[in-house]
Design a protein around this ligand. Structure first.
Ligand code: GTA
Length: 150
């Protein structure tokens, strides 16, 4: 199957400020990687549920659940590694936006998992977005961390 995702500017809006390289290397990694990032997950979704959903587009090499760096518990994201690029593209195309544990998940191309990337980067230990949001989200720990501290 011809790749539907040739232009790095179109395949992901996310830029990882900790990527160890320049923009060209980042784009190259995104276009060739067999890893996807899954966002907007419930903290209560298990690795087994993630496996069951993502194995629908192809054989999985590995799943890494994103963890709060303080509590070491799931904090709402994961990395999925496939063996084939076609299966990776199918995951972005067909699984992004589907409902997992009552939430629309976001599946994004990723430059590749490295040790350390499983930890939330927010000051409170979870993801950065959960530091700042002001809504009440029971699947992600209630109010955002800054609101909770007020
Ligand atoms: N491939 O979309 C993604 C993605 N995200 C959001 C995180 N990761 C991603 N990977 C891909 N695509 O390994 C990866 C990171 C890391 C792990 C945890 O997940 O590479 P994080 O979410 O804790 O921190 O990462 P990250 O990604 O460094 O946060 P960033 O880019 O500052 O902010 C993410 C979002 O948070 C923003 O888009 C915005 O919605 C919100 N946000 C950030 N700062 C503010 C602020 N000051 N005010 C309000 N909202 C904010």
């Amino acid at each position: 199957m011809a790749s539907l995702f040739k232009d790095p500017n179109k395949i992901s809006a996310y830029r990882d400020r900790r990527f160890p390289g320049d923009q060209e290397e980042f784009d190259e990694a995104l276009l060739n990687s067999t890893t996807v990032y899954v966002g907007n997950m419930s903290f209560y979704t298990t690795e087994e549920q993630v496996y069951e959903l993502f194995a629908r587009t192809g054989e999985l090499k590995k799943i890494v659940m994103g963890l709060d760096k303080n509590s070491k518990t799931p904090c709402g994201f994961s990395f999925i590694m496939y063996y084939s690029r076609d299966d990776t593209e199918d995951a972005v195309k067909y699984i992004s936006g589907t409902i997992l544990d009552d939430r629309p998940i976001r599946v994004d191309f990723d430059w590749g998992f490295q040790e350390g990337r499983q930890w939330g980067r927010g000051r409170s230990g979870g993801q950065v977005r959960d530091e700042y949001r002001t809504d009440y989200d029971p699947g992600r720990g209630g109010y955002g961390k800054l609101v909770q501290k007020e």
